[in-house]
Design a binder for this molecule. Structure first.
Ligand code: TYC
Length: 107
């Protein structure tokens, strides 16, 4: 009878397959601005130019879109960046005592 030793068993009889790495692209988030009846239009345009890097004309168009349609898109970002933008806008609005609200949604 052959000697049995637990440390000398090699894996000759095991079929080994290379594992395919499962990589998923990280999700993207839309940052949106919501309409309200009180925040001045100029303030919204300032938010869009300052925090989203929009030129004045684009910021005006997005502000009017929010004003007429109820919401508009400020941009698309990774989760961390979107969360930071939302936090900055909502904090800034609150500091100026305006009800302007910014939110994010996964795409
Ligand atoms: N509706 C606001 C007004 O008439 C303007 C406004 C636009 C407010 C966009 C919020 O996200 C907003 N003064």
């Amino acid at each position: 009878m052959p000697d049995f030793h637990p440390f000398f068993h090699f894996d000759d009889d095991l079929a080994v397959q290379n594992a395919k790495p499962i990589l998923k692209k990280p999700p993207l988030y839309r940052v949106i601005l919501l309409n309200d009846d009180f925040t001045p239009m100029d303030f919204v345009i300032e938010v869009l130019t300052s925090f989203f890097g929009m030129p004045e004309e684009k910021a005006t168009a997005v502000m009017l879109q929010v004003h007429t349609q109820g919401m508009g898109i400020c941009g698309t970002y990774s989760k961390d960046v979107a969360e930071t933008k939302v936090y900055i806008v909502n904090t800034y609005s609150h500091e100026h005592e305006y009800p302007l609200k910014c939110a994010m949604e996964e795409i």
